[in-house]
Ligand binder design. Structure first.
Ligand code: SAM
Length: 493
């Protein structure tokens, strides 16, 4: 049987899609090649969020294709994922050595298409069509691919995004929001936990919109508008069914209001259902939208102990003017209001964000607002992106595109501010006792073990493989940049 090497660019959703494709091929008897040089099939799972990611994948494929043409004709080459979706046939026109272009709703067809190409039944295949129900096909895991049990696993709960932020290509590459059912997701999580998984990360392009769109499948309530309005109140509509009638397991979630249970969004219903799985220690999710942090989700943070003390809220800008141009649907004040509520619910919560600098029309004053937001919120970490023009997005043709040099300067200044704050916050951990979930040996130094706190800080310590999968208390002895060092021997029991 052939061997495959999949190289993944971009987000955790892409990592998960690659894993599902690899698992699909392994189930058919394929093997996983250790590198592209040793593989019969090389697939690049691409990202389109920024031009840089696209150029990297195209450059990589050019190099692989040149090598294959010269030394190993017969190797099958393919693009999959977001760039495959947005560029389609154009990729084969540009790189004629490529045999397969597989769109974001077609991952489950990978094995069949590769068989057809390898057997000679078809020479080239481009499939970027929409496919109903494809959101439920990202199911296979590779846990048994390694001899060790994976402590942490990703579960795809939905695909697509309907938010249409003016800078973002995701709605065009991932399509409309489509959600899997709660029973289907819970079954996958249970199966993972039965195989030793302790932490599950629920994945989607906009997880807080889970189950809100038409075509909502069995097991989920009709869409409940959950978000905030200018007064900062959750927009939980009472016209919908009571949660207790439908949440699998039939438990009535308590309410912050005391008495009447708050109507909960489908996403919070899903959190409730996953939370009931025995043996599961931690629940994470990504990527949410700040608009999705209604009172029901804040409430979930207060009452679900398995929901980690960590939240990622991509703010994108600190300026209301820019937020409006981006079509984000919240103001700076509303964003800060959510952070305050989250910190009230979980005082030690780690807050991370995404920020774009140099969005079209962003003035020096707008950028100063972003700097001041970073100082006000004191993010534990921020992923900072220089704005990148994406085809077919409204922002690409907006006036006043910011010169590259200014984007770079702002990127540098914001990074310095964020890093300074983060370093201070990391230092505050020294001397504190924390609990980590041990994931395995550190990649950089396999003599050390690595784990993460509930607030998502990486902790390294001198341990051994018997610690893998354990929740362990240790004392933090030192803080590096975005890493803590701990000692399990000096905890106060
Ligand atoms: N739906 C996800 C979200 O909103 O969080 C998108 C995930 S995307 C991989 C992560 C981040 O990329 C976004 O939050 C945004 O900060 C950044 N991004 C998206 N489009 C961009 C663009 N055109 N230029 C620069 N950064 C961009």
């Amino acid at each position: 049987m052939p061997s495959v090497f999949i190289k993944t660019y971009g987000c955790q959703m892409n990592e998960r899609d690659s894993e599902a494709v690899a698992a699909q091929l392994v189930a058919k008897g394929w093997s996983l090649a250790p590198s592209e040089k040793a593989a019969d099939v090389v697939l690049l799972n691409t990202c389109s969020v920024r031009d840089f990611a696209e150029q990297k994948a195209i450059g990589k494929m050019q190099n692989i294709a040149a090598d294959v043409r010269k030394n190993r004709p017969g190797v099958v080459l393919g693009f999959m994922g977001c760039m495959a979706q947005s560029r389609g046939q154009e990729l084969i026109d540009k790189l004629p050595d490529v045999d397969l272009v597989l769109g974001t709703q077609k991952f489950h067809r990978a094995a069949d298409y590769l068989d057809e190409i390898i057997s000679g039944a078809r020479e080239k295949i481009v499939d970027v069509a929409e496919e109903q129900g494809s959101e439920a096909t990202i199911r296979d895991h590779l846990l048994n691919g390694s001899a060790k049990t994976s402590v942490s696993a990703f579960v795809s709960i939905m695909q697509g995004c309907n938010q249409y932020c003016t800078f973002c290509i995701v709605p065009y590459t991932r399509g409309e929001e489509r959600s899997r059912t709660i029973p289907d997701i819970v079954a996958e999580c249970r199966e993972l936990v039965s195989r030793g998984v302790k932490e599950i990360t629920l994945l989607g392009q906009i997880v807080t919109s889970y189950g809100k769109r038409s075509g909502v499948a069995a097991g989920i309530l009709p869409a409940v508008e959950s978000g905030f309005q200018p007064g900062g109140q959750a927009l939980n509509s009472s016209k919908h069914l009571k949660v207790s009638q439908v949440v699998p397991g039939g438990k009535m979630p308590p309410s912050t209001a005391g008495g009447t249970p708050a109507a909960t969004s489908p996403f919070v219903q899903l959190l409730d259902a996953v939370h009931e799985i025995e043996g599961l220690e931690r629940i994470r999710f990504t990527s949410p939208h700040p608009k999705g942090y209604g009172d029901d989700l804040i409430d979930a943070y207060a009452r679900l102990p398995k929901l980690v003390e960590s939240a990622h809220l991509p703010v994108q800008s600190g300026s209301d003017r820019v937020l409006k141009l981006m079509h984000r649907g919240y103001t700076r004040e509303q964003f800060v209001g959510i952070i305050k509520k989250l910190r009230r619910a979980r005082p030690d919560i780690g807050i991370t964000t995404d920020i774009i600098v140099g969005f079209p029309g962003e003035t020096d004053e707008d950028f100063e607002e972003t700097l001041s937001l970073a100082r006000e919120v004191e993010f534990d970490n921020a992923y900072i992106f220089k704005y990148s023009q994406r085809r077919d997005t409204p922002a690409a043709t907006m006036p006043d595109q910011v010169p590259q040099k200014i984007r770079e300067e702002r990127n540098k200044r914001l990074l310095e501010t964020v890093n300074e704050i983060a370093a201070r916050k990391y230092k505050q951990f020294v001397g504190r006792q924390v609990q980590i979930l041990v994931e395995g040996p550190s990649r950089k130094n396999p003599a050390r073990m690595t784990g993460r706190t509930s607030c998502n800080k990486i902790v390294l310590f001198d341990g051994s493989d018997r610690h893998r999968g354990q929740l362990m208390d240790l004392k933090i002895t030192r803080a590096g940049s975005f890493t803590l060092y701990g000692d399990p021997a000096i905890v106060n029991l």
